[in-house]
Design a protein around this ligand. Structure first.
Ligand code: GLY
Length: 355
């Protein structure tokens, strides 16, 4: 797979990724390397990365528990203190080896420690490969509100090793697939349709689709790295998706949803809103709903669930001047940002999802 070059760094794949990693470390004269991993990736992925590291340089491993709950300020404090205690200086490098929690958190830790040290992302989940690790968004949650605190700061390099997906649980693959489907909806119908058939693919074919997803995201982020306009389209399905994810996280008796599961619902809802406000095809809307519900199953929403979910929309990061700004679609591959939608229509969208 060919290397992808962004404005600030390269994304390299498989063996070529480790070659790029070694080359970068060799030329950079780092004082020490800190590897950030969770309990799972420390067992399943870190040894493989270390086996491919040819540079003779001191390293320490910082391990945290897995899960979205780790993306908080207390964990940051522990990690900043550990860096300080283990002698990290401004010439230290952090290598984030894990899913989106690790790349978001590790990027934030690196961007803030001593006003910023270098970091490299080695995403190990599908979601982190196609989305979280790419584009320089770093940060943590504020309680159950997602990604409220953070900075945009790019890594030195991203190494995507597709082989890590071999041991990834199917539910996690499905979660990452939601972001690939999102890339299809905002950029290319052909890509969307190919992603829908992903269940029958082998690792090599999946690798090709991952490469395409990263290229779609890179093309958007390169044009608008600070999310002034075009990059907002990458939040398709996320306005309601994030609110649903937070609501399920904080509500007793609700089972937590994986990010991609919540985003899949968010995309069905956004498609309905797109039909009602921008004339998106009704036929495609129904067929996408059926396909996504077949893939992700049906989640029940009661009438009591909707007001608190709508209330959570006020924390969306795209809000401006008190307006909740949705990304909607005129057609597949043709998104429109900053769309304002009535709460009544949002409730109708949930009814459509449930029907
Ligand atoms: N995940 C959306 C973005 O990186 O802009």
């Amino acid at each position: 797979m060919t290397s992808i070059t962004t404005q600030d760094y390269t994304i390299d794949f498989n063996n070529a990724g480790y070659e790029a990693l070694n080359k970068h470390i060799k030329k950079s004269n780092y004082s020490k390397i800190f590897i950030l991993a969770d309990e799972n990736t420390n067992i399943d992925c870190v040894p493989h990365v270390l086996a491919n590291l040819s540079a003779d340089i001191e390293y320490d491993i910082l391990e945290i528990e897995p899960g979205e709950e780790q993306k908080n300020l207390d964990i940051c404090l522990g990690l900043w203190e550990a860096l300080s205690e283990y002698g990290a200086d401004r010439k230290s490098l952090i290598i984030n080896i894990g899913g989106g929690v690790i790349t978001d958190l590790g990027g934030f830790i690196a961007s803030t420690f001593k006003r910023g040290i270098d970091f490299i992302n080695i995403p190990t989940s599908l979601l982190a490969m196609v989305d979280a690790s790419i584009g320089g968004k770093t940060g943590i949650d504020l309680g159950t509100l997602k990604n409220q605190i953070g900075v945009i700061n790019t890594p030195e390099l991203i190494v995507v090793d597709i082989n890590f997906l071999e041991t990834l649980p199917p539910l996690e693959i499905r979660s990452g697939l939601a972001e690939m489907l999102k890339h299809g909806l905002i950029y290319s119908e052909d890509y969307f349709n190919r992603c829908l058939n992903i269940r029958n693919l082998n690792l090599e074919e999946l690798g090709g689709l991952i490469h395409e997803s990263i290229t779609i995201k890179k093309n958007i982020v390169d044009k608008d790295p600070k999310e002034q306009n075009l990059r907002k389209t990458l939040n398709y399905g996320h306005t309601l998706g994030h609110a649903i994810e937070s609501y399920f996280m904080e509500t007793e008796g609700k089972e937590r949803l994986l990010h991609g599961e919540a985003i899949a619902i968010g995309m069905v809802l956004a498609n309905y809103l797109s039909v009602e406000t921008l004339g998106f095809s009704e036929e495609k809307n129904k067929s996408i709903k059926n396909n996504l519900k077949e893939l992700y199953g049906h989640i029940e929403f009661s009438n009591e669930d909707l007001p608190p979910i709508i209330e959570l929309l006020k924390y969306d990061k795209k809000n401006e001047h008190g307006n909740i700004n949705f990304v909607l679609l005129k057609s597949i591959g043709n998104p429109k940002v900053d769309c304002i939608v009535d709460n009544e229509l949002i409730i109708k969208a949930f009814n459509f999802y449930s029907s």
